[in-house]
Design a protein around this ligand. Structure first.
Ligand code: ZN
Length: 310
């Protein structure tokens, strides 16, 4: 049983319209699902990914309108790292972000910046050999497009506390000294999970912070993953049906909320591939509330349609 790298990363936004503009128009990702939070259907859950809505490229946001800005601290993912194809792509992105008034910091084969709400992002030149997971955005030359997740970085004052769960239960492979840097790799793809020393200030969940990170599992393994994590002594949510995938949630010892999610059935189970994300989609149990929900949620722009038209 093995995990196929990162499945998705879910974060919090206080401003859904600006969030769509940044991830779709500026970063060139495709909105692959526009739905509501299954635990609070009055607010959005937005999914951005590659053209096919693949696990491995899926950045999601829970909208809490007007949420106060948060700050990453101990036990929180503080940076999400994406792959790009070359150093020329980093030059392209530095210039594009600059044109949007966003600062970025170039360091060799890496470009660090933050989204408009302060969420830490980084692009690194892809040396993984994994198939690239890209969206085709009208504004982004294909060779410079994001290629899916490289990994995620977390703050922890004591990453050794997480080592047993990562290594023995989840099958992460230690890199370097075996405490701070990990790789999780399956047959199709992999990604890294790394710890950085935590800042002194406490973390504050809020807009611009990561809520949880999900790892990709084969569909038939999800029950065994739940058993295995439970046997390790961690408390899990049990199996949760997220409609587009099935999930198990638990907290890793450094404090980060982990999810293991199945690769299927995926985002095309209720919308055709060519129309993913264009309209509000509700899980079947929420359909009776559609009229009410549509009356409450904020109207969203469709930056991709606007770009194609211009
Ligand atoms: Zn999730």
């Amino acid at each position: 049983m093995q995990l196929e790298g990162i499945h998705h990363v879910s974060s919090i936004t206080g401003d859904a319209a600006r969030n769509v503009d940044f991830y779709v128009r500026v970063l060139g990702m495709r909105m692959v699902k526009r739905t509501v939070n299954q635990d609070d259907p009055s607010v959005y859950h937005l999914f951005y990914a590659d053209e096919a809505g693949s696990p491995g490229a899926d950045m999601t946001f829970f909208e809490y309108p007007g949420a106060r800005p948060g700050r990453a601290g101990a036990g929180m993912v503080h940076r999400v790292v994406f792959r790009v194809g070359s150093e020329a792509a980093l030059d392209f992105w530095a210039q594009r972000l600059g044109g949007e008034g966003l600062e970025s910091e170039r360091d060799g084969a890496s470009l660090r910046f933050a989204d408009p709400e302060g969420l830490g992002l980084e692009l690194i030149v892809d040396e993984s050999g994994d198939p690239p997971l890209s969206a085709s955005s009208p504004d982004i030359p294909a060779e410079h497009a994001l290629r899916g997740f490289a990994g995620a970085r977390t703050y922890s004052p004591a990453p050794e506390r997480s080592a047993a769960l990562l290594r023995d239960t989840l099958g992460f492979a230690p890199q370097g000294d075996g405490q701070r840097d990990w790789e999780v790799r399956g047959d199709q793809r992999g990604g890294f999970y790394a710890y950085d020393p935590a800042p002194e200030e406490r973390g504050v969940p809020g807009a611009g912070t990561v809520h949880h990170i999900a790892w990709a599992a084969y569909d038939d393994d999800i029950e065994r993953w739940n058993d295995r994590v439970t046997e390790s002594g961690a408390h899990t949510s049990g199996l949760v049906d997220r409609f587009w995938f099935r999930s198990v949630y638990f907290r890793e010892p450094s404090g980060v909320l982990f999810e293991i999610a199945t690769q299927g059935p995926g985002f095309t189970s209720d919308e055709p591939l060519e129309h993913l994300g264009e309209t509000l989609v509700l899980p079947p149990s929420f359909e009776p509330l559609r009229e009410q929900i549509e009356g409450i949620v904020t109207p969203l722009p469709n930056p991709r349609a606007a770009s194609s038209a211009s």
